[in-house]
Design a protein around this ligand. Structure first.
Ligand SMILES: C[S@@+](CC[C@H](N)C(=O)[O-])C[C@H]1O[C@@H](n2cnc3c(N)ncnc32)[C@H](O)[C@@H]1O
Length: 317
């Protein structure tokens, strides 16, 4: 059987590029750039990229399988005007997108998270809408299609003070995506379309770039290791702790909640050749450099330093 290769070329490795991303540089032209959030299998994104060759298309999606399917479609259609980001949009819109860069942003059937306790997981919160306003060009349009009445009204409420004029209409199916087909098969004949037209800047100040510091401590005491949790705008809880004395390595699991964004990752504390201990987020956990992640590292560092002082003093006395 003939092997099939799918180029990873259209997938942007956002850990290695300058942020915010310079789309003119990425596409090597200054054509308008359109962003789709949560593209799923990418049917609509690819269809538009094929028919609107004078525009560039960027898709964000958090699931690998979806990204993979979209990459396959890009390869099959030999498209050069599409790029994909495998990222959580709740983080990416704040850290990767830049200001005044998109002519249009849209999302088809975003997860409505209907349960009250999951409201914080919804995309298109007031903070997110303000940020999306910033990343649109003047007069740019953000539109969202949903089957969910509650979610449609929630988005309208969230748009308060975001600099958008809001239009609400009902439209028939026309996108041909997996979720549209699913709802049509379940009998739905029309969907909510919320169109937000940028009328003024939202005055939202983007957060600065976070640089994750690696800490060094001279002593490390692994017994009963439990740094204090962090409370406030950012919530950090420390969970499991694993220690391997032979390898001089410990792993501490941290759960960081900041705004609508949750990260669950391991912090590595390892001894280097000079005998000192390094505290850093462990590689391979898919963490993202945020204020919350920095606070988690700060808390571990503060705890290690405090224990080092206490235990050192106890040893001396
Ligand atoms: C209900 S599906 C809709 C998919 C597609 N637009 C369609 O119409 O078939 C929602 C999609 O958004 C993606 N998604 C949900 N939350 C996301 C987030 N925070 N960042 C990026 N993608 C997200 C999901 O992985 C999923 O593919």
């Amino acid at each position: 059987m003939k092997a099939r290769y799918i180029s990873l070329g259209p997938l942007i490795d956002w850990r290695r590029v300058n942020r915010p991303i310079d789309w003119n540089e990425v596409f090597r032209n200054d054509d308008p750039v359109v962003l789709e959030i949560g593209f799923g299998n990418g049917e609509y994104l690819i269809r538009r990229a094929k028919t609107e060759a004078n525009k560039n298309f960027v898709g964000i999606e958090k699931e690998w399988q979806s990204v993979w399917r979209a990459l396959r479609r890009i390869a099959q259609n030999q498209l050069s005007n599409v790029r994909l980001l495998k990222a959580d949009a709740r983080w990416a819109v704040h850290h990767l997108m830049g200001t005044g860069v998109f002519s249009e942003i849209y999302s088809l059937f975003p997860c409505p998270w209907p349960k009250e306790r999951h409201v914080s997981r919804r995309l298109f919160s007031n903070r997110c809408l303000k940020r999306l306003n910033n990343s649109l060009v003047g007069g740019g349009v953000l539109w969202i299609v949903t089957d969910d009445d509650v979610y449609a009204n929630w988005i309208k409420e969230q748009s308060e003070g975001s600099g958008f004029q809001v239009l609400h209409e009902f439209i028939p199916p026309s996108f041909g995506t997996k979720y549209e087909t699913k709802w049509v098969n379940e009998g739905l004949r029309q969907f909510h379309k919320i169109t937000l037209i940028k009328k003024q800047d939202s005055l939202f100040m983007p957060e600065g770039e976070i640089i994750v510091r690696t800490y060094r401590v001279s002593e490390f005491y692994p017994n009963d290791f439990y740094p204090d949790p962090v409370r406030g705008n950012v919530v950090v809880d420390f969970k499991d702790f694993l220690y391997d004395s032979n390898r001089g390595k410990a792993l501490l699991r941290a759960v960081v909640v900041e705004d609508e964004f949750v990260q669950d990752f391991w912090i590595e504390i390892s001894r280097s050749r000079d005998g000192r201990w390094h505290i850093k987020p462990a590689s391979g956990c898919g963490w993202i450099p945020t204020v919350g992640l920095q606070k988690a590292l700060d808390a571990v560092y503060a705890y290690c330093t405090k224990r080092s002082e206490q235990t050192g003093a106890a040893k001396q006395s």
